[in-house]
Design a protein around this ligand. Sequence first.
Ligand code: PMV
Length: 356
Amino acid sequence: MIDKETVNIGWRAPSNIALVKYWGKRAGQLPENGSLSITLDKSSTTTFLSFKQKKHPEESIDMEYYFHDEKNEKFNEKIERLLSNLLPLLPFLTSYQLSFYSENNFPHSAGIASSASSMAALALCLVSMEERVTNTKLPEEAFFRKASTLARHGSGSASRSVYGGIVSWGKIASIGQSSDEYAIPFPLHKDSRLNNIRDIILIVSSEEKYFSSSYGHDSMVSHPYREGRKAQVNSNLDQITKAIQENNTKVLAKISENEALSLHALLLSSESGVVLLKPNTLRIIDEIRQFRESSGLDLFFTIDAGPNVHLIYFEEHRELILNFVQGTLSHYCENGAWIDDKIGSGPMLLTPQTEI
Ligand code: PMV
């Protein structure tokens, strides 16, 4: 056990964008289907956790949560509930006073999942804390698996944000080691073109989403297209994993666009008929497809559960794509706003690791 002094741990975790979408879940935040994403480089959450042993251990979680330097009651409640649920996995938590200080470096509602980066950063801090308070050093693979498992409970897509590169989550027939419990990195050859993948996030609207992804997941339980979606996503996973291994960017593009449009088709055809796409989302899709046709370049789009479009392309075409974005696509963006990001190498520990 450590002494009664305060200990600080900090992690920065990136967000990710799914090419194959997790949509629908079972009890324990387990996914109905496998998913596959690109971890972003810049767009990330930084979280510091400071903890101090309580004089009298109680049974409840004792914590405060600061978001951009301000106490945030909404996040506090959410995280407290999460930590209480995680007690079987982290039984030491009730013996400490916990303070979280968290910041995102990207705008709210920008089409970047802040729940993915924030829950991943939080989970990584908790596993580092576990190492400190139990005086044990986990092997690297076990460390990140535990972080991914914890992150999953906070937000399913967060399970993928504890790794860099291309990451899959959920049992996938073509990926031997895959699991519903945690994500795993998808190995890329060092000369794979996918190491040079880039993402421009076109901000069509920064309005708050009026529905939560939980609604979307729940809507799949009795969705009329439930079985069709399962068959579709399994076939898409099969094709995309082969395409990545074979550097087949045409198939990668086809599957990614099909997944984005299917996600919205499922929302549109759900009981509440959720419409998240905006007219400019559709205009951007049209422009991207026309530009691909006329330029012959490899570029494609994906969209998360919102109106903003991720334009995916490769480093070697950066100049041409930037011209296209500045000259054409930015006109469809709210105040011309877009975010420049790319595939990243994963989370980073921000505080010096003390020898255990
Ligand atoms: O992690 P959640 O529960 O917010 O769900 C994320 C769902 C999508 O972003 C639409 C798809 C995905 O796999 O990230």
